[in-house]
Design a protein around this ligand. Sequence first.
Ligand SMILES: Cc1cc2nc3c(=O)[nH]c(=O)nc-3n(C[C@H](O)[C@H](O)[C@H](O)COP(=O)(O)O)c2cc1C
Length: 195
Amino acid sequence: MTIRIATICGSVRPGNYTHMAMNVAIDELRKTSDIEVTAIDLSTLDLPLPGLDARNPEAIQAFQTTIEEATGALLAAPEYHGGISSPMKLAIDNLGFPSKLAGKPVAILGVAAGAIGAIKSTEQLRAICAHVGAVPLPLAVSIPLIQQVFNEQGECQDPRAEALIRRSATSLLDYINNAVCPKLSLEALLREKST
Ligand SMILES: Cc1cc2nc3c(=O)[nH]c(=O)nc-3n(C[C@H](O)[C@H](O)[C@H](O)COP(=O)(O)O)c2cc1C
């Protein structure tokens, strides 16, 4: 079975560090065979504010379909003013009600410039994901002092941080392989037997 992972980077700043961390996690995901990773770039989506008409409804529909068809999602949240970024919240607000994230395992990766790390953004993202019915994984990875972790070329300079970022990817795959896929196979088996 192909595992489909959708990733959402919560920063749209040119040269942002969240994207650099996300790239490491995506690299880890792609080590697995039979996996499809769709990286959602919020800077190209032109998401409408809640209640306003979309200027590009097809793009919003495609975004929703990507999440709907995903086995799981990896969300990367920069710490902005003690919370999640507005692009990340807007992305979740554009996933419908009930949310296309409902029932999906979600790995959370937070990055922050400060020494405390992305404590607030990861906590808030976990609460929002749980609220919309997603399954946020217990391990939320928070990377502090992110400007010291990556160089300007986006290369990770800190092996410990890199290992943690990679764990956000492996914990998602572990959960999918151990909790989601066995359930799916069991369902398939039962359906086969009942026909
Ligand atoms: C609007 C805004 C608010 C921010 N607030 C915080 C903050 O509260 N705590 C912190 O550690 N860093 C804060 N930062 C710095 C970001 O954590 C830093 O830019 C980091 O690289 C992640 O964001 P990025 O992916 O956009 O680069 C803020 C940055 C922006 C643009």
